[in-house]
Design a protein around this ligand. Structure first.
Ligand code: 3HC
Ligand code: NAI
Length: 697
């Protein structure tokens, strides 16, 4: 079936209905369908006008993102051609806009002779969010109808504007109340009856004096916010061309910019993240229509660092929470911290007193498990000790109502073991939040061997409600994120042994784009946490090699920011990391003891070793089936570990470098270090042999 339906209505108006769910992405088939419809209408003497309409949900969400990177994406008729054919149609073509109208969809509408819309339609040119610029005339036509500055703002922000806010501009010819199609047909009749001239936006002249100064100002502003992304500057160039050049010349500038950006790694990264976020919400063997359990009341056990943050997520989403502690003092402290956090938001103007009262009104503190009788979801965030978790889950098994979901926020313990403390392991799941839990976007949803499918579906839905990016992980030591970060930290430790300083490593990683280098991150999280994990590893997995210098630091109580000293020095009340000569001296002594002559290590080597450590462990995680797809791993790193968005995550980055090159580097690292970790993961070798990428494997 074609993605565009063609019908001629009673008043001799042809209606082309775009039908490419979910959002009428303008894929090749739909583009062909629109052109066929226009040709048919033009050739039929009975037809007097054409209405182009979408679904209730979307006029069109723009170019079909699923086609990007495939030959279909640029295949004729491309969107520019479709628009040219519409503009040249001798009969009036009217876009009837409702729902989402974005990107190429907006450009398609701008190419029609007339536009009618309902209030509440969402109009946007969001290409910048995918690292692109509007590539089918949007940068040339939008300034002609809503003005240069408003158009540039729309293009640079990418944010949707409700149609009614654009009322009175030349973007819309009429607003429709009631049924959009009926209104559009009536409008078409009027256009025909009044013999209105066909309007082409391209013919509108732009008069914008002093444009040089304005665009210079826009470029200066963009410099402050663009970071590593080239798209904002290309958008400004294209809109300036709309003002300073004839239409067809302007289109050429826009097209060149679009093609260049489409091939840029930054745009690939943003597109990967867009698709990755949506893919992560789907679990391969849990169908999208799996019934979910109702979550109306939540229980949280433990009012510490994590319990408090987790609680706030639910209160913010309007879901009442009962929070349990063992001792009144701890409960009071936890409740007070939540209130203080809300008060801070209020001071910053982000929350009203009314909202604060509303949220605190939905929070109940308790020391009695009886108060969990009605809870639909109970999340445990108590001390990270298996004995404590056991006591909690045995108690929960006694009191929770049948069907309640029992979740653990454990970061290192075996979720299967925890599930088996209950007689209902099918209802147990890991919900691994990241600190601060009310701020960080990431939620690892840890699927136990027995976790029921509807529990998974429910938790994924709940995650959306509390605005988290949820990614499913299987059960393994560290789950996805921390299992990988351990090797990143381990490799960073060897870099110090060989001659680098903590500051050099951190600077190299931060210059590359990481929000925080490994040593600043250690100081923030607490070096004692990694130390405890290593001590366990020395016993359980003696084959894994660690540089031992980090242990020396911890033996001196240098746990990081919380002790005022770690890899760096900290002044009271200040998080700024100050390089500490004492640490450098300790390092020198340590190298001497080991007989290591320090060498100069380049920033490129630092980055390659740290990031490829993530890549190699990530590939093993994929092989083990702990992650379902490479993009899930990338979403974890983008949303939970400060990985630079413009690089798209460790797995995409490896593809961008080229897996062949990654393998060669790993082989070099293996030879120079003798560390068996650097044996490339079989999945990577397989991809190289088959000419595949990790993100497509
Ligand atoms: N093409 C194909 N599929 C698209 C799409 C598009 N342009 N936009 C969204 N989708 C798909 C999503 O992948 C998702 O699929 P799934 O159900 O299989 O996971 C589904 O539509 C629903 O998307 P959301 O979950 O995001 O649903 P929302 O209702 O929250 O949002 C939306 C809908 C506002 C359209 C949002 O998806 C969005 O912002 N999409 C991107 C729009 C965009 O960037 N368009 C510009 C494309 S570039 C372009 O047009 C180039 C041109 O200038 C030449
Ligand atoms: P925390 O020490 O700040 O808080 C734990 C709280 O649990 C304390 O208030 C304590 O009084 C309470 N508690 C202990 N035993 C209890 C019991 N039997 N019943 C009720 N309350 C009890 O610890 P934090 O950091 O909040 O960690 C909690 C859990 O979250 C741990 O499993 C940890 O591994 C995990 N986690 C921690 C992260 C972090 O960055 N702090 C990140 C992700 C997970």
């Amino acid at each position: 079936m074609s993605s565009a339906r063609y019908e001629v209505h009673g008043n001799n108006t042809a209606v082309i209905t775009m039908n490419n769910p979910p959002v009428n992405g303008l894929g090749h088939e739909l583009r062909c369908g629109i052109v066929d419809g226009i040709d048919r209408a033009a050739a039929d003497p009975a037809v007097k006008a054409v209405v182009l309409i979408g679904s209730d949900r979307a006029f069109s969400g723009g170019a079909d993102i699923r086609e990007f990177g495939s030959p279909k994406s640029f295949a004729e008729p491309n969107l520019l051609t479709v628009i040219r054919i519409i503009e040249a149609c001798p009969k009036p073509v009217i876009a009837a806009i409702g729902g989402v109208c974005m990107g190429g969809g907006t450009e398609l509408a701008l190419g029609c002779h007339f536009r009618v819309a309902v209030a509440g339609a969402q109009i946007a040119l969001p290409e910048i969010k995918l690292g692109l610029l509007p590539g089918a005339g949007g940068t040339q036509r939008m300034p002609r109808v809503i003005g240069v500055e408003a158009a540039l703002n729309m293009i640079l922000s990418g944010n949707p504007v409700p149609s009614e806010k654009l009322k009175g501009t030349a973007l819309f010819d009429e607003f429709i109340e009631g049924d959009l199609l009926a209104g559009a047909l009536a409008f078409a009749e009027k256009v025909v009856a009044d013999k209105r001239a066909l309007k082409r936006i391209r013919d509108i002249k732009i008069d914008y004096p002093n444009q040089e100064a304005y665009f210079q100002f826009a470029r200066n502003m963009a410099k402050g916010v663009a970071g590593p992304f080239p798209a904002p500057f290309k958008c400004i160039d294209a809109v300036q061309a709309a003002v300073s050049k004839p239409f067809d010349e302007g289109i050429k500038v826009e097209r060149a910019g679009f093609i260049e950006l489409m091939g840029s790694p930054e745009s690939r990264a943003l597109r990967h993240a867009f698709m990755g976020e949506r893919a992560a919400s789907k679990i391969p063997d849990v169908p999208g229509d799996t019934p979910t359990r109702k979550i109306a009341r939540v229980g949280v056990i433990g009012a510490g660092t994590m319990g408090g943050g987790i609680t706030m997520n639910f209160l913010n989403a309007g879901i009442p929470v009962t929070m349990l502690e063992m001792k009144q003092e701890a409960l009071d402290k936890g409740m007070a911290t939540i209130r203080k956090n809300y008060e801070n938001s209020m001071k910053k103007g982000k929350l009203t007193q009314e909202k604060l009262d509303q949220r605190m009104g939905m929070l109940k503190g308790t020391m009695s498990y009886d108060d969990f009788k009605d809870a639909d979801l109970i999340i445990e965030a108590v001390f990270e000790e298996i004995g404590v978790k056991e006591a909690v889950f045995r108690k929960l098994d006694e009191v929770a109502k049948p069907g309640a979901i029992l979740a653990s926020n454990t970061s290192t313990l075996d979720v299967n073991k925890i599930a088996n403390f209950t007689k209902r392991p099918q209802d147990v799941v890991g919900m691994h939040f990241f600190s601060p839990a009310n701020v960080m976007k990431l939620l690892e949803v840890v699927r136990g061997a027995a976790t029921a499918k509807d529990v998974m579906a429910t938790v994924m839905q709940v995650a959306k409600k509390i605005r988290k990016t949820a990614v499913v992980s299987g059960v393994c030591d560290g789950f996805i994120g921390n299992r990988m970060i351990e090797h990143y930290g381990r490799v960073a430790g060897f870099l110090l042994e060989e001659g680098a300083t903590p500051a050099q490593v951190d600077k190299a990683m931060e210059k590359w784009g990481m929000a925080m280098g490994p040593f600043r991150m250690g100081d923030l999280a607490g070096n004692d946490i990694g130390w405890a994990i290593r001590k366990r590893r020395y016993v359980e997995k003696p084959s894994i090699r660690y540089a031992k210098f980090a242990d020396r630091l911890c033996e001196k109580g240098r746990y990081g920011q919380k002790t005022g000293k770690g890899w760096y020095l900290y002044q009271a009340g200040n998080r700024k990391a100050i390089a500490d000569p004492e640490v450098e001296k300790m390092l020198e002594d340590y190298r001497k003891e080991l007989g290591i002559t320090p060498r100069k290590i380049s920033d490129a080597e630092i980055v390659a070793r740290c990031i490829y450590a993530l890549v190699n462990e990530g590939a093993r995680i994929l092989e083990d089936g702990i992650a379902s797809r490479a993009s899930d791993i990338d979403m974890i790193y983008l949303t939970g570990y400060g990985f630079p968005l413009h690089r798209g995550g460790p797995m995409l980055y490896a593809d961008e470098v080229g897996l062949y090159n990654v393998v060669r580097s790993m082989q070099e690292f293996a030879a120079s270090s003798g560390d068996s970790f650097w044996e490339p993961a079989p999945l990577i070798t397989k991809c190289v042999a088959e000419g595949k990428s990790l993100t497509s494997a």
